[in-house]
Design a protein. Structure first.
Length: 162
């Protein structure tokens, strides 16, 4: 299968950190799960998480739960660099490392932290996907930059209000 054929079966996530969300976490997680199920019904089988706190990690946890429940889907973790979680709370580090241990594949998009590593990671995810699931509050942010990039390169976006 070519890279372009693989891309046609992939979805990536983008969204805000928990402190930028205006809706309850359980509401957002329910909507993410609904969008993942729609994607599965539409023939998508691989999901890409950027592994940031909030939306990325919650989406990855949902994908793992659905996969472990029998859905024939896979998870790719697209980390901006190794050690991304270094300054996180222990709770978030534990979630991050549990997901990495259960992922089907992990990619470190950049070798080290650098000024543009998050945007490089976001563009890598979009470039390897045929759909974006975006949890967005309308503000300027990395999420907005990812949405703008997806629009620029023609990757469809499914929105969830943050």
């Amino acid at each position: 299968m070519t890279e372009e054929e693989k891309r046609q079966h992939r979805v990536c996530f983008t969204g805000h950190r928990p402190e930028k969300l205006t809706r309850f976490k359980w509401v957002i997680k329910t909507r993410i799960k609904r969008e993942i199920r729609k994607a599965i019904n539409d023939g998508f089988t691989v999901f890409i998480s950027g592994m940031a706190q909030g939306i990325d990690i919650w989406a990855a946890e949902i994908v793992i739960k659905l996969r472990d429940g029998g859905h024939p889907i896979k998870l790719i973790c697209a980390c901006p660099y190794d050690g991304f979680d270094k300054n996180w709370s222990q709770e978030w580090k534990d979630k991050y490392n549990t997901i990495l241990s259960k992922a089907d594949h992990t990619v470190y998009v950049c070798q080290h932290y650098g000024r543009g590593c998050f945007q490089i990671r976001n563009e890598w995810m979009v470039d390897h996907s045929a759909r974006v699931i975006a949890v967005f509050n309308g503000e300027k942010s990395g999420t907005k930059n990812t949405i703008d990039y997806a629009n620029k390169v023609g990757v469809p976006i499914r929105y969830i209000k943050a």
